[in-house]
Write a protein that binds this ligand. Structure first.
Ligand SMILES: [Zn+2]
Length: 137
């Protein structure tokens, strides 16, 4: 999913949360999770390409072709382990982390919709850190 779609959806849901009388800090936590979770794409680009340019990272993922050697990408904040950790932490610190869990769910839902409706699959995302590591041994 392109960043601007995540941004627009995060803003729209934030407005709804504000109407529902959520605290401003809860809305900020929601927004951070719903929009900035894709920072893992940049981190992957940074560590594999050794390039700090956000613009180059954006272009790299936008025009990524399947023909490159690594077919499966590990986006750490998009894995089941990260979700499990977030759910466990939300149970402990419900009030603080529930907005982040909601942000994650909104973001991930849009990513899944995007991957199901995309005409051309560019790269496969690793579902799990453990499975990703196991495949590479
Ligand atoms: Zn994403």
């Amino acid at each position: 999913m392109l960043p601007y779609i995540h941004f627009i959806s995060a803003v729209l849901v934030s407005v709804i949360l504000a109407i529902l009388n959520w605290q401003w800090w809860q809305i900020i936590l929601f927004f951070i999770m719903a929009f900035f979770i894709d920072v893992d794409h940049y981190l992957l680009y940074l560590f594999t390409k050794k390039d700090f340019s956000i613009r180059n990272a954006y272009i790299y993922f936008k025009f990524y072709k399947k023909s490159e050697k690594v077919k499966e990408k590990l986006f750490i904040f998009h894995t089941i382990e990260f979700l499990i950790l977030l759910v466990i932490m939300t149970i402990i610190l419900e009030q603080i982390l529930f907005p982040m869990l909601l942000g994650f769910m909104v973001h991930k839902t849009l990513d899944v919709i995007s991957s199901l409706t995309a005409k051309e699959k560019r790269y496969k995302r690793a579902f799990s850190i453990i499975l990703y590591k196991a495949k590479r041994k």
